[in-house]
Ligand binder design. Structure first.
Ligand SMILES: C=C(O[C@@H]1C=C(C(=O)O)C=C[C@H]1O)C(=O)O
Length: 401
């Protein structure tokens, strides 16, 4: 990975805590993101010192370090970038502070962090939440569009479509985004747990099980084909068995990824799986694909594959254009960054972008949960509704507990 020149200054603080910086960022209304990587304990946070997130094209080699968030559908193909003007992880004893800003901003941030009172409940953040959203999806509407898509697929108009919906959940009076983030981090070690705030996009929290692309510090590129869902009900991944509907649904996603490699004539990929993986109380089928970008001399593979892969048939369908069109005509709401992608880029010399799933958006007094299910010609509308219910439980279980 190319090393970008970035001038960094530091704020060394004696009594710094992650909660301090998280709370100051949340209350400030500045774009920020905090996260925990799968199978890592470290929590990280970036805060932008500009009022708005940057609108950028997802060129990983060129962008400054930060946190990227791309909607499911963006006509201009632009993503939001929260630049790491301030960067801190629970492994550090100081804050990295981009010194392209003048001293007075640094002093203001330092003052706000020092004067933050952890015993006072946070209130200001609620004023920064979006004021409205599309009405939540009724069961009647969801099952009727599933039935309509099944009929279209039986007529061979397309092969797969992922249909999604939303649901509202009240927040308790003293709901704390920080406590919720901590609860998710503790409960889901295998997930990418994140919170991100982008003005006009809102405050989003999630526990994603699905990597879209990653390129690590050694130049190893990875992506996965994740699909097929069942409640684990105490069954371990090794004991799980799958019906042909799910096996085909996941194989379709694998074929889609292999096709993307074919488009760029890349043959040197390793394919591992499919195997059953656990995500919270659910099981999925997963095939992992790996490429060494150094031996293949393809340093920009992450950027190229990102452009080809998104949206994959795990969140959109096959063929992509027809499935997208069906989704946009029938879901009756805007997915925003649900089923888009989010994650840190450049930091610690790696990029890791996840499909934004098992997530919710916060409003003043309630949350809006998002989930979808892969529909094929063999789907049953009632079962697909239930699948979205159990996916939403990933968040719902911890929301007001
Ligand atoms: C669309 C979602 O999940 C995706 C769809 C799956 C399926 O259809 O079985 C499984 C995992 C994800 O790739 C979601 O969680 O909202």
């Amino acid at each position: 990975m190319k090393n970008k020149e970035q001038k960094i200054d530091q704020i060394v603080l004696e009594t710094l805590s992650f909660e301090h910086l998280f709370s100051v960022a949340l209350e400030s209304g500045q774009p920020f993101a905090a996260w925990k990587m799968p199978f890592e304990n470290t929590q990280s946070i970036v805060v932008s010192l500009q009022k708005e997130a940057l609108k950028v094209s997802a060129d990983l080699e060129e962008l400054p370090n930060g946190f990227l968030a791309h909607p499911f559908q963006a006509k201009d193909k632009q993503a939001y970038l929260i630049p790491a003007d301030i960067y801190y992880t629970t492994e550090m004893d100081h804050i990295d502070f981009s010194n392209s800003y003048d001293l007075s901003i640094k002093e203001r941030v330092e003052h706000e962090i020092h004067s933050f009172d952890p015993d006072q409940p946070l209130k200001r953040w609620k004023g920064n939440m979006l004021k409205e959203h599309f009405p939540p999806t009724s069961k009647e509407h969801f099952t009727s569009i599933v039935a309509e898509s099944v009929e279209a697929m039986q007529n061979e108009e397309f092969t797969k479509v992922v249909l999604s919906r939303t649901k509202e959940a009240k927040l308790k009076e003293d709901f704390s985004p920080f406590e919720f983030f901590q609860k998710l981090s503790e409960s889901y070690p295998a997930a990418f747990v994140s919170i991100c705030y982008i003005p006009n996009v809102g405050l989003w929290l999630g526990a994603s099980p699905e990597t879209l692309i990653s390129v690590d510090e050694h130049g190893i590129f990875k992506t996965v084909a994740l699909a097929g869902t069942q409640a684990s009900n105490g069954i371990s991944p090794k004991e799980a068995s799958w019906k042909s509907k799910e096996i085909e649904e996941q194989a379709l996603v694998s074929r889609y990824i292999i096709n993307c490699f074919k488009k760029i004539r890349l043959r040197e990929f390793e394919e591992i799986g499919p195997r059953t993986v656990a995500a919270a109380h659910l099981l999925h089928l997963c095939t992992e694909f790996k490429v060494d970008t150094k031996t293949t001399n393809f340093p920009q593979l992450g950027t190229v594959m990102l452009d080809l892969l998104h949206p994959t048939s795990a969140v959109c369908g096959m063929p992509k254009e027809i499935a997208t069109d069906f989704i946009l005509r029938n879901e009756q709401y805007n997915r925003s960054i649900y089923s888009g992608y989010i994650g840190p880029i450049g930091l610690e010399n790696r990029h890791h972008l996840f499909v934004n799933l098992r997530c919710l958006q916060l409003f003043n007094d309630h949350a809006l949960l998002y989930a979808g299910a892969g529909i094929t010609a063999d789907s049953d509308p009632e079962k697909e509704w239930n699948e979205t219910e159990i996916k939403m439980d990933t968040m719902l279980k911890h929301l007001n507990s």
